[in-house]
Design a protein around this ligand. Structure first.
Ligand SMILES: [Zn+2]
Length: 115
């Protein structure tokens, strides 16, 4: 069930991180499927609640992934990670249409230009 849903989410998101635009094959990019509203906060296992993120963006938005990812990059510091997390969260919670409308701007902020 989850495998099927996550495949569908990745297909809908064109196998691309919906924050930074990375795709598999880009350096260090591994795609994860993330719950926009966490299950622990009542979020559902539905396509609408899922979003494709690369492992780095996932690490930023999900506390659970801070350790694995930022263990090595601790120089960021906790405060900066929290700040970055807040910068991302509003974006992934937008309805798809609004998110897509501003996505190129968000990518541009990360120095990424994608169609
Ligand atoms: Zn990303």
């Amino acid at each position: 069930m989850w495998r099927r849903l996550s495949r569908q989410a990745k297909r809908r998101d064109k196998s691309q991180c919906q924050i930074c635009g990375d795709r598999p094959g880009d350096p260090y990019c591994e795609l994860h499927v993330h719950h926009r509203v966490p299950r622990s906060e009542g979020g559902s296992d539905t396509l609408e609640n899922l979003i494709t993120l690369c492992d780095l963006c996932h690490a930023v938005v999900t506390k659970r992934w801070h350790g694995p990812w930022f263990g090595e990059a601790a120089k960021w510091g906790r405060a900066k990670i929290e700040e970055a997390r807040e910068d991302f969260v509003w974006f992934i919670l937008l309805p798809d249409r609004e998110r897509r409308a501003i996505q190129p701007q968000v990518w541009a902020e990360f120095g990424v230009e994608r169609a």
